[in-house]
Design a protein around this ligand. Structure first.
Ligand code: NAP
Length: 384
């Protein structure tokens, strides 16, 4: 369909190039709310027709580019130069998900993985290379590491770097950031560029759109040359174009935030999964949120979760905090119960008397740590 704008605009969309050749009648509204009926039969006719109208009504055709139009050629040439050859290493769940978006945006995708994903790659529009040497000889602009966190080092060290172009851009999407940054710096020669990223979404949470989903990145090492600076921007543009919220922060900052948010989320999801929660006829909104959390986290591999734990130095502290929080909560509950029970048992006789701290009177375990009421109960039962 031919569209008009009252704004000055010289952009010509390629899709309109073909549609403009068709004959149509379109009904348009201009800024004084007058309606204009417009028709064209040939491209030339249309061009002439629209400019005449434009003058009188200040309405401009914005997308009536014709195949012979010089400007359209320029646009096309520019968009070609902004296309990247991206090698996705690790063509599993997340690698495939990202590859689809790259292909959709017109980039060339080469894939490599431990397993053979030849037909999946084909269906996605990517070329699969079972041999890493063959892939590197394609001279990709970007090597994107999409492998599991725990296999990254092995994968990276197996790469025939000498077959790549001298200043290839290395990017990773691992869910932890300091770890890949450090191996990149350790393994890659200084003439390679390094961009560490973490799309804060996955095939499940980003299946409909990436609009407003955070994309974290850290330009760890990018050479000064214009081509290298623009290559990294072109790569980041992929996520910008999908509507991601672009967040630039250091890998260390990321890991701190992620341990307190993502790792906790995955841990809670996995704990709840073990409870095998089921939907009921009276689900509350809160309960639905829990069911969704299980669904979101359960589809990720255990390798991923284990990676979040092992390769983020802040994760252990978070796990301990979680443990403490659960214990403190139970203590609060049982303490309250204990208080009520004592009142019932001893009534007013205790009032004003010597009241020792609640935990002091409880039986102790082997280490001398006071047991909680529930534990002492269990102990008594098992001793029977
Ligand atoms: P994953 O289990 O973390 O990784 C699976 C990928 O790692 C597959 O491509 C697999 O290859 C490869 N792999 C596993 N062990 C390997 C080994 N020993 N040698 C070589 N390759 C090995 O699951 P994922 O969800 O696809 O995640 C991939 C990466 O993206 C991870 O680093 C993850 O942290 C990151 N990420 C994931 C998400 C998400 O939501 N899923 C979001 C953001 C970032 P084969 O399939 O060929 O066996």
């Amino acid at each position: 369909m031919i569209s008009f704008s009252i704004q000055p605009n010289t952009t010509k969309s390629p899709s309109a190039t073909t549609s403009a050749a068709a004959t149509h009648t379109s009904l348009l509204t201009h800024h004084h709310s007058h309606q204009l009926s417009f028709s064209s039969s040939t491209p030339h006719h249309h061009h002439h027709h629209s400019s005449r109208r434009r003058h009188r009504l200040r309405v401009r055709a914005i997308d009536a580019a014709q195949p012979y139009d010089y400007e359209a050629h320029l646009v096309n040439r520019f968009s070609q130069s902004a296309k990247l050859k991206i090698a996705v290493l690790g063509f599993g769940n997340f690698g495939q998900f990202l590859a689809k978006a790259f292909v959709r945006q017109g980039h060339t995708v080469y894939a490599h993985s431990r397993s053979n994903y030849h037909s999946i790659a084909q269906s996605v529009g990517a070329a699969f290379f079972p041999d890493l040497h063959d892939l590197c000889e394609q001279h990709p602009d970007v090597i994107l590491i999409c492998t599991s966190i725990i296999s990254t080092e092995t994968v990276l060290k197996a790469l025939p770097l000498q077959r790549l172009r001298r200043n290839t851009l290395f990017v990773d999407v691992l869910s932890v950031k300091e770890f890949p940054k450090n191996i990149f710096l350790q393994v890659l020669p200084s003439h390679f560029d390094i961009l560490c990223t973490h799309p804060m979404f996955g095939p499940e949470s980003g299946k409909n759109s990436w609009q407003n989903l955070p994309f974290v990145f850290d330009k760890v090492r990018i050479g000064n040359e214009d081509s290298r600076v623009s290559r990294v921007e072109t790569f980041l543009d992929i996520f910008k174009k999908e509507g991601c919220t672009m967040v630039e922060m250091t890998c260390a900052e990321h890991d701190k935030y992620a341990a307190g948010s993502q790792f906790i989320t995955h841990t809670m999801g996995r704990i709840l999964e073990k409870l095998q929660l089921e939907s009921t006829p009276i689900n509350t909104k809160g309960y639905e949120t829990l069911l969704n959390l299980v669904e979101n986290t359960a589809s990720d591999s255990f390798d991923l979760y284990y990676g979040l734990f092992m390769y983020n130095k802040n994760a252990m502290e978070q796990l301990e905090r979680l443990d403490l929080a659960f214990e403190a909560l139970k203590k609060e509950l049982f303490g309250h119960l204990h208080e009520v029970l004592r009142k019932q048992l001893f009534g007013k006789s205790e009032e004003g008397g010597l009241r020792r701290p609640m935990l002091a009177k409880l039986p102790k375990n082997g280490n001398g740590t006071p047991l909680l009421p529930s534990q002492s109960e269990t102990l008594r039962n098992t001793n029977n």
